[in-house]
Design a protein around this ligand. Sequence first.
Ligand SMILES: Nc1nc2c(ncn2[C@@H]2O[C@H](COP(=O)(O)OP(=O)(O)OP(=O)(O)O)[C@@H](O)[C@H]2O)c(=O)[nH]1
Length: 673
Amino acid sequence: MFFNYKEAKIAFLILFYFFSITITASLLVFLIHSNSKSVRALKQPKQEEETERGEFSAMTTTMETLIGLVNRIQRACTLLGDYGSAGTASLPTLWESLPSVVVVGGQSSGKSSVLESIVGRDFLPRGSGIVTRRPLVLQLHKTEPGQVEYAEFLHLPNKQFLDFSLVRKEIEDETDKMTGSRQISPVPIHLNIYSPKVVNLTLIDLPGMTKVAVERQPESVVQDIENMVRSYVEQPNCVILAITPANQDIATSDAIKLSRDVDPTGEKTFGVLTKLDLMDRGTNALDVLEGRAYPLQHPWVGIVNRSQDDINRNIDMIAARCREREFFATNLDYRHLAGKMGSEYLAKLLSKHLESVIKARIPGITSLINNSINELESELDYLGRPVAVDAGARLYTILELCRAFDRIFKEHLDGGRPGGDRIYGVFDHQLPSALRKLPFDRHLSLQNVRKVVSEADGYQPHLIAPEQGYRRLIDSALNYFIGPAEASVDAVHFILKELVRRSMVETQELRRFPTLQAEIVRAADEALDRFREDGKKTTLRLVEMESTYLTVDFFRKLPQEVEKGGNPSASNADRYTEGHLRRIGANVSSYVGMVSETLRQSIPKAVVYCQVKEAKRSLLDIFYTQVGKREDNQLAVLLDEDPALMERRQRCARRLELYKSARDEIDSVSWTR
Ligand SMILES: Nc1nc2c(ncn2[C@@H]2O[C@H](COP(=O)(O)OP(=O)(O)OP(=O)(O)O)[C@@H](O)[C@H]2O)c(=O)[nH]1
């Protein structure tokens, strides 16, 4: 029964192998089984991930389209100088209706560093003290994968910056150019970055807020910066990126204080905690990041940017991002939040938020665009078409414009437009009243009649009737009519002149051509002067005609009337007495009255014939002939537009183009949504 030692050893070895094989086999079976499970387990999330990625990419596409759309509109706005009241005084603008992200915070809180992290490039001036001294409007444009990254400034439109350190230099130079070496300026610098690695965003970096003036700055700098920052964050469509360094007391954060002020509900504010790596050992910012302290509607995002030392050692952005990821993944305090921390996450969060903001704003933007298009189109109509370029077309344009003016001038005379009635006022009121006021009483006073009659009689007093006395009295009385006749001509002349000016103002088509306007007015004035000369000659002739041939009948009737009504012997007796002279005065007066009545009728006819009718018929006739003989360059001078107006039309046309393309863009996005 008993084995010897050798047999026992063999039996033990056999048993050991048997158990080893069994265990290995079961282990293998277990491993294969568990492996297939884990393969399944591994495979499943990947499929889910793929579906998720599919959804995400669809979402990202819409998001990118929308944000890209706004970016493109914003870019067009900046090219047109239309970037809101913070940049210029024009309000309201399309820019203002578009959302943009404004980065605010205290000095050296890390604003520029956050921007750089979002862009993933090293291009902003950074350091201690006041570094950002002008607003920087930064537009990120996502390009196709593999395309070259480059930056472009609005003030250097045709220069592509491939070297981003030169971008920093240009920002510094451009800042100094506007501000000197220490001052701040509200005039923004516009920078576009094109890269496959960025998300479409418009970000605005602002000077850091401060409580005291530093570095030989004026005391007003504190208030100036606050005013500037406010002018941006108070825009209804801005998203505030409030940067607060974690190594400072958040209760004193300028960014949080300001954002609470302008955005009390916290809808527009994204809180960003920088410098988490610089917090005192044993402390953390979990209270803030988890929303217990200083809660905002959007979650706080923690960031770790490059330190000054990193910058000095030229640690690049890729390495910095890796380090940031590593910081959150490995830090015991923040490990559980790692997926929702860091600059990459912040960029996506902002992008997503902007999408929802834009979606909500699209109806408002569309109606703003449509209203603006209508307004711009009517303004362009008002400003007129661009000027013709060849001689024939120029001449045609000039004649058309003259005709438009002439039409309006005629409307003033014929009725339809006011002014012509004032001419009738001259005939109906001014002329009769001037005629009534003529000093015939004085002229035909007893003394004057006696004087004129005796002088006319000479040494031999008249025998029956003082023929010469009558003639002299009538002649000199008729001279008085020259005044009212000339005054009527002048009055109508001035009315016509004023109507020319009025018609010029009312000829919309001519507004843009000050030179042509002046020429037409000059030509019209010259024509009116000619018509006035003619009017004067004609009316004076009427008066002269009255004195050259007296109405015989009138005088023939006189003795008969005396004989009929009175006592002839008595009349003979008092031939040189007062009664006789009074009768002569009365006779002359009634003759002059008759002439006055005739002239009251005929002067208006002469005036209308010589001035009004001629003005209607041939005001610009001579001008037309002169223009027809002019050389092309002289015609061009006539159509020389007011430069301010030309610029206004160009601006209007460019803006119209922008709004139309914005409308088309929005329409196309709406279709793909
Ligand atoms: N260690 C560390 N340093 C940081 C961090 N963020 C910023 N800094 C450093 O803080 C300094 C100021 O950073 P900037 O980005 O220039 O700050 P800013 O707010 O833009 O400064 P101003 O424009 O002058 O107001 C720089 O030296 C940065 O390297 C961070 O998260 N960690």
